[in-house]
Design a binder for this molecule. Structure first.
Ligand SMILES: NC(=O)c1ccc[n+]([C@@H]2O[C@H](COP(=O)([O-])OP(=O)(O)OC[C@H]3O[C@@H](n4cnc5c(N)ncnc54)[C@H](OP(=O)(O)O)[C@@H]3O)[C@@H](O)[C@H]2O)c1
Length: 275
């Protein structure tokens, strides 16, 4: 990765994962800055990774080439207004992790002249097993896109989309996806308990099954439909269960739920841009 000076505003969970991933990948700590509302949190964070602590958000912007905004969406407008004069002066590449805020809104709040990359990570990023969707505004150069991508790859895999509305689809798929999997896990575990397994065994077997199935899918590269057919013997137990799921309309239920999540992401964008 090119060694640019990178600054993180907001020393929370996401910044922790990305900075940890970058340093594990060999990124020099001396090229990383952090600022945070709470000073103690900022200092602990800087000490943990031996990176630079900036005395203020503005001081951080004055130092860096790439600015990663890691604060909650509700606090983003006030933050942008605070750093706008320095952003206008320095014109860093801005990467925002905030759910629901479009590149157009962020660019407007930051003075209208900076390139903004929007990243939609998910919670497994905290274990560097994340999936991140990326979208770049038209002001972002190919070199800056490469830089943004290598940064987010520090916490998992990345996918670019060419149309920002697809970020809402990614929010509905990989953003909310871990919760869907946990819901299915809960259903599997509860059913196993009703069928007679004790709680501990049911939970351990559920978790290992999901882990093993995901590993199989990842390592084989085969589509889920093929993987499913491979473990479904004619007239066997799996076939009976899959038939039951199909009769009860599982595919349609998932599609409806994901459409609802996608619509909500769209609504959130509209609400947040008005704040
Ligand atoms: N966690 C996820 O899995 C996930 C997934 C997708 C997207 N995201 C997005 O990633 C962003 C960060 O999420 P997170 O989970 O890392 O949040 P977090 O743990 O709550 O961290 C946010 C940090 O920002 C700091 N902060 C707030 N306002 C600030 C300001 N004006 N100046 C400087 N620092 C400020 C907070 O400091 P204090 O604690 O001192 O107030 C806190 O340390 C959010 O926009 C979220 O939507 C997160």
């Amino acid at each position: 990765m090119m060694t640019k000076k990178i600054g993180f505003i907001g020393a929370g969970n996401m910044a922790n994962s990305i900075v940890g991933g970058l340093i594990d990948d060999g990124y020099p700590p001396s090229a990383i800055w952090v600022s945070n509302r709470g000073e103690q949190k900022r200092d602990n964070f800087a000490l943990r990774f031996s990176i630079n602590a900036a005395t203020s958000n503005e001081a951080l912007v004055s130092e860096v080439d790439v600015l990663v905004l890691c604060v909650k969406p509700q606090g983003m407008r006030a933050l942008c207004e605070e750093i706008r004069p320095m952003v206008e002066k320095r014109k860093p590449l801005v990467i925002s992790l905030a759910v629901g805020l479009t590149t157009e809104t962020l660019n407007e709040w930051l003075g209208g002249k900076v390139g903004v990359v929007r990243a939609m990570p998910n919670t497994p990023s905290l274990l560097r097993a994340g999936a991140t969707g990326l979208f770049a505004s038209s002001q972002v150069s190919p070199r800056e896109k490469t830089l943004a991508e290598s940064l987010m790859r520090a916490v998992g895999m990345t996918i670019w989309v060419d149309d920002e509305s697809k970020i809402d689809v990614i929010a509905a798929l990989s953003g909310s996806g871990p919760a869907y999997v946990f819901f299915l896990m809960q259903a599997m575990q509860e059913a196993a308990e009703k069928l007679g397994l004790d709680k501990k065994a049911a939970q351990a077997l559920t978790v290992q099954t999901v882990f093993g199935a995901a590993k199989l899918a990842l390592e084989s590269g085969d589509p889920p439909e093929i993987l499913r057919q491979r473990v479904t013997s004619p007239k066997g137990t799996t076939e009976r269960a899959i038939q039951s799921f199909s009769e009860d309309g599982l595919l349609g239920m998932v599609e409806k739920a994901m459409r609802a999540a996608c619509d909500r992401a769209c609504e959130l964008s509209a609400e947040l841009s008005k704040r």
